[in-house]
Design a protein around this ligand. Structure first.
Ligand code: SF4
Length: 310
């Protein structure tokens, strides 16, 4: 479920930059979302204005310049973008002549309430769905998202549909002060959704928002985000209750992971984000594509990486 944990990346040089062989392209479709999570990193005052022509050119450039291993469709909520399928098909065509292996949709799941969307996704090149789910209790989860979210039964049905189409489902969970911040609580989550998905991934809540701006949403994260050493301790205590399958350090140069077997399923633990520990001027461990056509190696829709490849 985390390919980079298994494969050692090789690095090659393009112009002034070092590029990983395990490059993933985060295609940020839109900052819009129909949920209202208090920690949302895309709810910022800054937005990348849509420019479809520049976006299409950036897709062509991304696949011409780089070997992209994985494409991730992101938001906000990507499925809310009116151009969702058009963009997805454009990316699918670009992948045809590339060695790209996966196309992953990261979503809040609301799109699956529409059977037509589900049918189209099942027939599409998207081979993995990462569904955001923050709590095992339906009432608490709905409270966090600010609306009725998919129930465990709906998630279970979705999983069966995805599986029969050869696709995978992962639940993406954030941990913060007051939300699944003990091994016991993490256990309840993992056990509740055992058999409903291929993996559960726990990630600590990050304190910064997507574009590095200081906004009201970051006050929530400032109060609730658990410091890096404490997260490491929590992950160690959870791991000690189960079976550690593997650990991987500095995956792509900046993230640590552990894979644990718990309740017959796979649990991925992502250590605190240390994205600022790579040199953004010269290293490309990740690529981000914004609605305005900016292609960047950081959370910025103004600093285009193509300017630094010469
Ligand atoms: S579902 Fe994701 S994008 Fe939407 S409000 Fe919550 S965190 Fe933000």
């Amino acid at each position: 479920m985390i390919q980079e944990m298994i494969r050692q990346p090789e690095w090659r040089t393009i112009g002034r930059c070092r590029v990983t062989s395990e490059l993933f392209l985060d295609a940020v479709f839109t900052s819009a979302c129909d949920c209202a999570c208090p920690f949302c990193i895309s709810r910022t005052g800054e937005y990348a204005a849509e420019d479809r022509e520049a976006w299409a050119q950036a897709v062509r450039d991304a696949f011409r310049l780089f070997d992209i291993r994985t494409v991730i469709l992101l938001g906000g909520e990507a499925a809310l973008d009116p151009g969702f399928w058009e963009k997805t098909e454009m990316l699918t065509r670009a992948m045809e002549n590339a060695r790209t292996e996966h196309m992953i949709l990261t979503t809040n799941g609301m799109g699956f309430l529409d059977p037509e969307f589900t049918e189209r996704l099942l027939a599409s090149r998207i081979d993995a769905v990462n569904l955001s789910r923050m709590h095992y209790s339906q009432a608490v989860n709905d409270g966090i998202f600010g609306r009725n979210t998919l129930t465990r039964e709906e998630i279970s049905r979705l999983y069966a549909q995805l599986r029969s189409a050869g696709k995978t489902l992962r639940l993406n969970v954030n941990v913060w002060r007051g939300n699944l911040d003990s091994p016991e609580e993490m256990d309840v989550f993992a056990e509740t959704f055992a058999g409903c998905c291929d993996a559960v991934k726990f990630t600590p809540l990050m304190r910064t928002d997507m574009f590095g701006t200081v906004e009201e949403v970051t006050r929530y994260t400032r109060e609730k985000a658990i410091p890096e050493p404490e997260i490491a301790g929590l992950w160690e205590r959870f791991t000690a209750r189960h079976t550690l399958v593997r650990k991987a350090s500095r995956v792509l140069g900046f993230v640590d992971y552990a894979e644990v077997e718990a309740f017959g399923g796979t649990v991925i633990l992502k250590y605190a984000q240390v994205e600022d520990k790579y040199d953004r001027e010269t290293e490309i461990p990740t690529l981000k594509l914004y609605p305005n056509g900016c292609l960047s190696n950081e959370w910025s829709f103004t600093r285009d990486i193509r300017d630094r490849l010469i």
